[in-house]
Ligand binder design. Structure first.
Ligand SMILES: *Cc1c(COP(=O)(O)O)cnc(C)c1O
Length: 369
């Protein structure tokens, strides 16, 4: 099926096979006579959807048994409060600020933690690089260390998660992996908790994924809402309250799509990673050799998922966007805090989409000469 290429940062493109399956199931899911949206979350039909989704995700991301997978609501922004409500123990917490999202997270945590410390910040450098972990000022006795492992707005990504133990810190690492979950493997030995909204790389808005090590459960502040207490959510298989059933179903179809993906010998997330590397390299190489376009992020932390780029002559921005849209290249406008353009190359973006974008960018440059 021929659809435009959608470069939105989120909610973002969903694999067309997933949308087609959802359309086919819409009125009658597998002979049940019901749409998934109409099912009791406690009925055997939905329980089977939920169990399959959880098992597929655990397999895809190689989530170890000592981690719980929670399907929650509220998005990444709610987790900015829910994480400190559960993990701060009303003590101090450390943040590494590398862009707009970790900055937001640190601000929200101040409402719940007794102290929010800035262990390192990339702000001086305009969030175009990540301070080296060896330079982080991690405080003794911190309850956790928060990073955003892919900064959706500024386009910086941790190519390797920090090893806090090697830095002399025993606290759990919290990662906001909203915008690169399922684009690459996760080194769970370095992670205490990972959270992410689904609407970037897993499915529709409304579902929030939390993967948390079991020993971190059960320490919520007394004021923590029960529906946001990880212990309560885990003990009830994410069904303390009605979970986002439609989001879980679409994410489940996406997990099955991911399991079917192959790239040479590679399958699943490894295949996606190889494809994502190829897409990002193609795009960065094109921008780097250009006198017309520009990306400002340091080479060792360039995001594979979200690529902010600029026309050196910004007066041509609107013409660029109009021409792109006319060619079926959608939602390329950059975030308002950064300006310029942004191409989000999530899992659902095929290599052909990146090739089409580059072809258009060449053509646009020539048309402006
Ligand atoms: C999109 C995004 C969020 C916010 O998610 P909401 O669902 O809008 O709350 C948080 N963190 C990162 C890294 C994001 O990309």
């Amino acid at each position: 099926m021929n659809r435009p290429f959608n470069f939105s940062a989120g909610p973002a493109a969903i694999p067309v096979e997933v949308l087609q399956q959802a359309a086919a199931d819409m009125l009658d899911w597998q002979g049940s006579g019901m749409s998934v949206m109409e099912m009791s979350h406690r009925g055997k039909e939905f329980i089977s959807i939920y169990e399959q989704a959880e098992a597929d995700l655990r397999e895809l991301l190689a989530v170890p048994p000592e981690f719980k997978i929670l399907f929650m609501q509220g998005g990444g922004l709610a987790e900015n409060a829910i994480v400190p409500l559960n993990l701060s123990r009303a003590g101090a917490v450390d943040f590494v600020v590398t862009g707009g999202w970790s900055q937001k997270s640190a601000k929200e945590a101040r409402k719940y933690a007794s102290e929010v410390r800035l262990a390192a910040s990339g702000e001086q450098a305009g969030f175009t690089s990540i301070p080296a972990p060896s330079s982080w000022q991690l405080a003794r006795g911190t309850s956790y260390v928060h990073i955003c492992s892919n900064e959706t707005i500024h386009g910086v990504e941790f190519q390797e998660l920090p090893d806090l133990k090697a830095l002399g810190c025993d606290a759990p690492l919290v990662i906001d992996f909203s915008s690169h979950v399922a684009s690459r493997p996760v080194d769970w030995s370095r992670v205490g908790l990972a959270f992410g909204g689904a609407q970037k790389n897993l499915g529709p808005a409304g579902l929030t994924l939390v993967i948390v090590r079991e020993d971190l459960l059960g320490h919520a502040l007394p004021t923590c809402p029960s529906a946001f207490d990880y212990r309560v959510v885990a003990d009830n298989q994410s069904m303390f309250n009605t979970p986002p059933t439609w989001g879980i179903y679409i994410a489940g179809l996406t997990f099955q799509w991911l399991k079917r993906q192959k790239e040479g010998e590679l399958t699943g997330i490894a295949a996606m990673q190889a494809r994502n590397i190829a897409k990002a390299e193609l795009f960065y190489n094109f921008v780097d050799q250009s006198q017309f376009y520009l990306n400002k992020v340091a080479g060792n932390c360039r995001s594979r998922m979200n690529i902010p780029f600029f026309l050196r002559d910004e007066s041509r921005n609107q013409a660029f966007l109009d021409g792109a849209k006319a060619r079926g290249l959608l939602q390329l406008k950059g975030h308002k805090s950064v300006g310029g353009m942004r191409a989000s190359l999530y899992n659902a973006m095929p290599l052909e989409g990146v090739q089409a974008l580059i072809a258009y960018m060449r053509e646009f440059e020539q048309s402006q000469a």
